[in-house]
Design a protein around this ligand. Structure first.
Ligand code: RB5
Length: 146
């Protein structure tokens, strides 16, 4: 599995901890920035990560900003992206099983590194249930949107 990473300055420090954890587990990732704690704009990185997933370059994504809100709102503008803002492991598991979420987002000002890593671990290691009702509901997310 290849994971796409994106964060703004608010998520930069936490993303470095996530990267170290991914490396320790031998999980491949592509870092789409930002690459310093200098102030920047979260939409830039949400777009890069969403596009990498839709292009099939990466399988899942992790997005972090201060709250996780701006960066997940941006990613969810892309058809085919299901970015789940999670601050607990139950939600991270449920969003994989029920929503087949392809991006997990969280806020570095909301969750600490220990919890963030547990959320990532849960998100990356939980499969979509494939149940008919969930397939149907996911299809409904993008139907009749005009
Ligand atoms: C940056 O200060 C902050 O607004 C951003 O990281 C994020 O929380 C926006 O939703």
């Amino acid at each position: 599995m290849k994971v796409a990473l994106g964060c703004d300055h608010g998520g930069y420090g936490l993303m470095q901890e996530i990267k170290a954890w991914l490396e320790s587990k031998g999980i491949e990732y592509v870092d789409f920035g930002t690459d310093s704690p200098e102030a920047t704009d979260y939409a830039i990185y949400a777009k890069r990560v969403a596009k990498a997933i839709l292009a099939g370059e990466c399988d899942r994504g992790i997005l972090i900003c201060g709250t996780g809100i701006g960066i997940s709102i941006t990613a969810n503008k892309f058809k085919g992206i299901r970015a789940a803002l999670c601050s607990d492991c139950f939600s991270a598991q449920a969003t994989r099983e029920h929503n087949d979420a392809n991006i997990v987002a969280f806020g570095a000002r909301v969750v600490g590194p220990g919890l963030a890593i547990k959320i990532v671990d849960t998100f990356l290691h939980t499969e979509f249930s494939g149940a008919e009702r969930h397939v149907r509901r996911i299809a409904q997310i993008e139907s009749d949107m005009e």
